[in-house]
Design a protein around this ligand. Sequence first.
Ligand SMILES: Nc1ncnc2c1ncn2[C@@H]1O[C@H](COP(=O)(O)OP(=O)(O)O)[C@@H](O)[C@H]1O
Ligand SMILES: [Mg+2]
Length: 314
Amino acid sequence: MTPLLELDKVSIHFPTRAGLLQPRLMLRAVDKVSLTVMRGETLAIVGESGSGKSTLGYSVAGLRPPTTGGIRLTPARAHPAGRDPVQIIFQDPFSALDPRMTVEDIVSEPLRLTEVGRKLRRDRVAEVLEQVGMPADAANRYPHQFSGGQRQRLAIARALIGDPELIVADEPLSALDVSIQSKVLNLLADIREKHGISYFFISHDFGVVRHLADRVAVLYLGRIMEVGPADDIFTSPSHPYTQALFEAVPRIGRGRRKRGSVLKGEIPSPIRPPSGCVFHPRCPKATAICSTDRPELLPAPGRPEQLSACHHKE
Ligand SMILES: Nc1ncnc2c1ncn2[C@@H]1O[C@H](COP(=O)(O)OP(=O)(O)O)[C@@H](O)[C@H]1O
Ligand SMILES: [Mg+2]
């Protein structure tokens, strides 16, 4: 199997200031992340808000170059010049679609830079609208005429129209009504079956991740805490951070929810991240080494495919 996407020590830093007269500091939103996504595979990225998931997703989608490190895409087939084999679906379907553009113009936007005749373009828009379960006459209407779930279908149609190999989906269900979430989730799963698409799927909903992901990467303060096959991570999480995340969700937690979950409080600032293992101030297993040495991402005991960045991994 050939990797479709390879991230090699990707870091994404933002220059910031604590105040007007303060020196410039670096906010390390993503810090030396290495990951691969195989062809046809769905990699889920999980972690608390502020852990760098969206920032990483934008870089994968080509919207923001990494500060350092490499992102390599190896498509399985040729793509016409000007057509990006990576597309993105955003969290909020209300702000993601330009209210002044017709659905046809919005959905066909990824074809903009390629030579496509008007008739062909129209046919292709009708085709993808059908694929996402929208009526053909939606093409001449405007985004405000549709519900949140329908708008997210339009965003999916736009992502599909250029025949991509990878779709970055940044919490694509979280702005939708619960009643609609499973329908859109099923649509994303169908699309993957039919088109052999890979997903870089950002989510904090473990039910959704469990349903869709082949592999899971757990991000905290811009770093990968744990990555591996979804089944292994859900049945035997190795990293205390992953364990704490699961404990915070009673229905998939191992056993009953523990009182006094370790994930109290906010995640520390990525401007001055904790030394050593960034999770150590909140970690129930932390010892002296955790505040001094950054743990490497290495296989969990007896599980060669499940990597965990912890001095006390299980
Ligand atoms: N454009 C930006 N400028 C400065 N800081 C940013 C920018 N975008 C994100 N950040 C910061 O980077 C960190 C990661 O943010 P984000 O990628 O949105 O996390 P997540 O999607 O996991 O919630 C946060 O501390 C956030 O405040
Ligand atoms: Mg985000």
